[in-house]
Design a protein around this ligand. Structure first.
Ligand code: MD3
Ligand code: FE
Length: 215
């Protein structure tokens, strides 16, 4: 016999400010997950998953794809690129559903309308992780970043403006959206190793989509 222990618990708060400028919108896109995955897949056929090498020479455990603008890393660091250096073509456009989601999430989180120009897509297989880092390669830090979690859950680490600042652990689940802006925009953050598991729609991974203003 199974007992649903969670049946009587209240719904998680729909919107939660975990730090100034960092707004978690629990389950915000749960109903749109299939359409979002279709959009991800339409990008991935054009920009296949790849494991980047960090400027320090390590291979990332996370696989990446992107659209809008691309992402590059070499020994000089990271930068955004408008074109695929392999064939000189522009990266594929950001699908409409992702543009709409970014705008709606930023608006509802209190950041006003948002028109991103870059979308990075991360795929975490079990064991994949993202070590503590800052996102500081964008030109305009007044623009927020909208992030979407799909598939397997993960523990997000959220620190301060210094690498050594104490970190909070925040669980992120399928369908959650987080908007990172204001004083949180330059905070250190990372993802703990993703645990083995299976999600009926996404399979055995976690997908994270981030919508950004790179230029
Ligand atoms: C907090 N991605 O792509 S999303 C990244 O789940 C990245 O794949 C993680 O960190 C992931 O750079 C975390 C949440 C996130 C994204 C950007 C942020 C949190 C952030 C920028 C500033 C502060
Ligand atoms: Fe990041």
């Amino acid at each position: 016999m199974t007992i649903d222990l969670f049946e009587d618990l209240p719904q998680p708060p729909w919107r939660e400010e975990i730090a100034p400028g960092a707004v978690v919108m629990h389950g915000f896109v749960r109903e749109h997950a299939a359409a979002l995955l279709a959009a991800v897949n339409s990008v991935v056929v054009q920009v296949p998953w790849r494991h980047m090498t960090t400027p320090g020479g390590f291979t990332m455990s996370v696989a990446m794809s992107w659209c809008g603008n691309g992402w590059n890393s070499d020994s000089n660091g990271y930068r955004y690129s408008q074109r695929d250096p392999g064939n000189g073509k522009q990266w594929p456009a950001i699908p409409d559903i992702l543009m709409a989601l970014a705008d709606e999430a930023a608006l509802q989180a209190g950041f006003g309308h948002f028109v991103p120009d870059a979308c990075l897509i991360n795929r975490y297989d079990p064991g994949s992780r993202l070590s503590l880092h800052q996102d500081k390669d964008e030109c305009d830090f007044t623009a927020p970043i909208v992030s979407v979690s799909l598939g397997l859950p993960a523990i997000f680490q959220f620190g301060g403006l210094q690498r050594n600042d104490k970190t909070k652990r925040i669980p992120l689940a399928h369908g959650d959206v987080v908007v990172w802006g204001g004083p949180s925009r330059l905070c250190y953050h990372g993802i703990m190793p993703v645990k083995e598991g299976y999600h009926s729609l996404v399979g055995s991974h976690r997908i994270n989509i981030t919508l950004r203003k790179a230029f």
